[in-house]
Design a protein around this ligand. Structure first.
Ligand code: SAH
Length: 262
């Protein structure tokens, strides 16, 4: 019986050793949720608390075969619900019949990719509670004007209300990571669809932040915009990190009109 999983660096394995923190993370999920997916359960420190809610339809995606056999041995009832797969490559379309929530002490080496996938599945994912490296957690929750505000902050804040819940010290992990961690919660808001072309919105947000020192006017020009009405001059003299989701929506509609399709 495997009683130990050797932490593997390339899988971002840092096992949480503090049970009260594990409990706090699990309790941050809306208790009314029906379907829950855990990413990267490892040795099940969160899983043991998740299972206390017996009416939950619960699944795990874990990439590490050693962790998967550990979980199957320690939680035999879960055997059918554990999927050995790479979350980034796994289609979430048919995982549950209805919308679901996501929980995890996420592998830090793929945090951004996980969050982009949440954005892609925003119509199916109602809530996310999880631990990221502190800097990523802060960035996702950051408001316009702050230095850490970035692409994922805008994309996710368009569809989720985001709260930074608490900071976790590096000392409660085996092995300890180099940085502190932060737990955040994302709750789906009421916005079904942004009031603009959402594909162009994403492109524009990315373009604007990839040239974050330029004004939006210059960033727009690089996308092929010609001229725009003078009333937009003030907005376009700002830089990406100063703009709210609403500002980006306005800008996207402006771009739809001023960028000629080729
Ligand atoms: N939840 C556990 C483990 C956290 S470490 C705890 O808190 O102790 C991150 C976990 O994510 C590891 O178990 C690792 O194997 C898993 N993991 C890493 N990359 C993954 C991927 N692409 N898909 C699914 N799981 C992954």
């Amino acid at each position: 019986m495997a009683d130990y999983v050797r932490p593997k660096k390339h899988l971002g394995q840092h096992f949480l050793t503090d049970k009260s923190i594990a409990k706090d993370i699990v309790e941050a999920i809306n208790p009314a949720s029906k379907n829950l997916l855990e990413i990267g359960a490892g040795t099940g420190v969160l899983t043991q608390y998740i299972l206390k809610n017996e009416s939950l339809n619960f699944k795990i995606i874990e990439i590490d075969s050693e962790s998967v056999s550990y979980l199957k041995q320690h939680y035999p009832k879960l055997t059918q619900q554990i999927i050995e797969a790479d979350f980034l490559r796994f289609s979430l379309d048919d995982l549950f019949d209805e919308n679901f929530s996501l929980i995890g002490n996420f592998p830090y080496n793929i945090s951004n990719q996980i969050l982009f996938k949440v954005y892609d599945y925003r119509q199916k994912i109602d809530e996310v509670v999880g631990m990221f490296q502190k800097e990523v957690a802060e960035r996702i929750a950051a408001k316009p004007g702050s230095k850490t505000y970035g692409i994922l902050s805008v994309l996710l804040q368009g569809y989720y209300d985001i709260e930074y819940l608490f900071t976790v010290s590096e000392t409660v992990f085996n092995p300890p990571p180099k940085v502190k961690s932060g737990v955040i919660r994302l709750k789906r808001n009421q916005i079904e669809k942004l009031d603009c072309d959402e594909v162009l919105f994403k492109t524009l947000v990315k373009t604007a932040f990839n040239q974050r020192r330029k004004t939006l006017g210059n960033a727009l020009k690089s996308m092929g915009a010609k001229q725009w009405p003078a009333e937009y001059d003030l907005l376009l003299s700002k830089r990406a990190e100063q703009l709210s989701v609403k500002d980006f929506v306005v800008l996207t509609n402006l771009a739809s009109e001023t960028i000629s399709p080729h």
